[in-house]
Design a protein around this ligand. Sequence first.
Ligand code: BTN
Length: 353
Amino acid sequence: MQNEENRSIPAVGDAYSSFFTLHSAFPMTTDAQILTALRAANDGGVSGAQLAEQLGISRAAVWARIEELRSLGYDIEASPHLGYRLVSAPDLLHADDLLARLGKTKIVGRDIRVFQETSSTNDVAEKLARDGVKEGVVVFAESQTCGRGRLGRKWTSPGKRGLWFSVLLRPAVRPQEATRLTIASVTALARAIRLQTGVVPEIKWPNDILLRGKKVAGILTEMGAETDRVKHVVLGMGVDVNQAAGDFPPELRKIATSLKIESGETVDRPALAAVIMRELDRDYARACSPKFAELADEWEAQCVTLGRNVTIHIGDRTVAGRAESLDDDGALLVRTQHGRLERITGGDVILEK
Ligand code: BTN
């Protein structure tokens, strides 16, 4: 059963002030507003009276919300001089806190939903798409029971070790341009990983992120389309964050790694999640505009596929040759042994030595 833990849409009667609503396309819950104020104060504090006034609730109600956040693991100090001060946050994905960390975005993350466990966040996002939910909603799960990868593969998604989430988009692009979104999302993800952890990822076409040749993240793009129009796209992202080598099943240990293994440090998952959403919001806008060329250049600079001899399995067909470049829509152009240029939009790419 899907267990929705918390989400960014407020309960009826939640109060909010115009100051706080500037930070989100949706009205924020009281907890999101409190966390926004505490984070904005950095090491300083926010007085209970100030919070109560800005939120339009009593100081006792503010206190009750602070107690609730403490019970989730937020260490919030209260002092007569400084007021409330956020000392540390727990390693959990909490919709209100993700919203507070993210701040203002155009589309991605204006609605965030977190599940303790679900089958696949792509399935949840697909259902939201069919229900007519606006683009930009991000569905996270602490664990997935049926996480899936590209080409029908299983995606292992253990509890609280990684980031497993899906983003619903409704881009105004033609189906043949949808590869642009994969290029945009993998470029944003690679940049976010670099910004947050300092490790330098490599990209394997179309959407694998590697560290020292081992896979650390992947993206599953699923699309609902008519002949000449994309109705919606679900970008499912899986990032191996804090696993130790022994957390991976034996068959994956040679080919998979985590950010913690590669950086030598435990990574702050909620902080990374917020940076990924921010970078994705930025690159989504670029993917659907003439600025896609800029994005493709950035992708290319990190890509380990271009210039390499590759073998690509596309269903029953195999294409072998040299990966030359990307075309304007993000498809891979491969020069075969016979000198023909093949346009590749999917498949399993093997990098030859
Ligand atoms: C791949 O590299 O094969 C793509 C992996 C995508 C995994 C993510 S985890 C969140 C979302 N839900 C899924 O079931 N899959 C994607």
